[in-house]
Write a protein that binds this ligand. Structure first.
Ligand SMILES: C[S@@+](CC[C@H](N)C(=O)[O-])C[C@H]1O[C@@H](n2cnc3c(N)ncnc32)[C@H](O)[C@@H]1O
Length: 271
């Protein structure tokens, strides 16, 4: 699969994270923020995953696609929780290998498939999934509309999609906008509001919930955890990476606190 320069950079970044997040120090930090440890890179906590399972009405034999699932979060957990079948998709192979190992360790191999693919060009038949999820993926990918259209094509009639995303607050002044873009995920800036992207991709938006307060709490818990385990984390990540992450987390918290960035949870259905 030939990837654009942007997607190649993304693959390198998330492969590096998958490796770094395997250390005991990073797993402890993740557990303190998220409630479990899969090597996750989104802000979806265990509690939020349970909410997603309900919103998607997951049940045994339902077929779920988790796009941009990294090392398997939250797709594998959703399958374990509800008994559904799951396909986890992402591009970096290092993360997908860990997802496969985790599926085997959790006795999910029979109900889980791991596929390397671009979320904007999903290699599945039309109308083949009952439920779709993605956690903070659209703010980390350049072609948001492409991903939503690809998801729509493979969704069955009546299928649901639930996702979380970090976005710029509307109507920012130019200087605020620059700060928000510099402090948020790599592709936080969207050409249109997500409500417009739903229309353009053939999804019907059912719910839109502001979950900024929850993510701000998680970010603060993470920063406190980083400061409390600075020595172990600097050893696990390397001191340069640890210093860079601390600076970045402080900048993101400041931008969220100042109302420049928000995180939302969306629920959509096929028309
Ligand atoms: C914030 S991370 C979330 C990963 C995982 N869902 C989790 O919660 O830990 C965003 C993920 O989206 C993936 N991603 C971004 N663009 C993608 C694309 N076009 N196709 C597939 N995956 C993509 C990245 O590789 C990364 O793993």
């Amino acid at each position: 699969m030939a990837l654009t320069r942007e997607l190649n950079e993304l693959v390198c970044r998330y492969d590096k994270y998958a490796e770094l997040h395997r250390s005991a120090a990073m797993r402890d930090l993740e557990r303190s923020v998220c409630g479990c440890a899969y090597g996750s890179t989104s802000w979806t906590t265990r509690r939020e995953a349970e909410r997603i399972a309900q919103l998607l009405e997951l049940r045994p034999a339902a077929k779920l696609l988790d796009v941009g699932a990294g090392t398997g979060w939250p797709g594998l957990y959703l399958a374990e929780l509800t008994g559904c079948d799951v396909v986890v998709v992402d591009l970096p192979l290092g993360g997908l290998r860990l997802a496969l190992e985790r599926a085997a360790a959790d006795s999910l191999s029979q109900r889980c498939e791991v596929v390397a693919a671009d979320g904007a060009a999903l290699p599945f038949k039309d109308a083949s999934f009952d439920a779709l999820s993605h956690s903070d993926v659209l703010c980390c990918t350049p072609d948001k509309l492409g991903v939503l259209r690809s998801c729509r094509r493979i969704a069955r009639d009546g299928a649901r999609m639930v996702f979380t995303v970090i976005a710029l607050t509307p109507l920012l002044a130019d200087s605020e906008r620059r700060t928000a873009i510099a402090s948020g995920p790599t592709f936080v800036d969207s050409p249109d509001d997500y409500a417009v992207l739903f229309d353009q991709s053939g999804w019907c938006m059912q719910e839109r919930t502001d979950i900024t307060a929850e993510v701000l709490q998680s970010m603060r818990t993470e920063l406190e955890g980083m400061q409390g385990s600075a020595e172990a984390l600097a050893k696990a990540l390397g001191s340069g990476e640890f210093a860079e992450r601390t600076k970045r987390r402080q900048a993101t918290i400041a931008a969220v606190d100042a109302g420049l960035l928000r995180r939302e949870l969306f629920v959509a259905r096929t028309g």
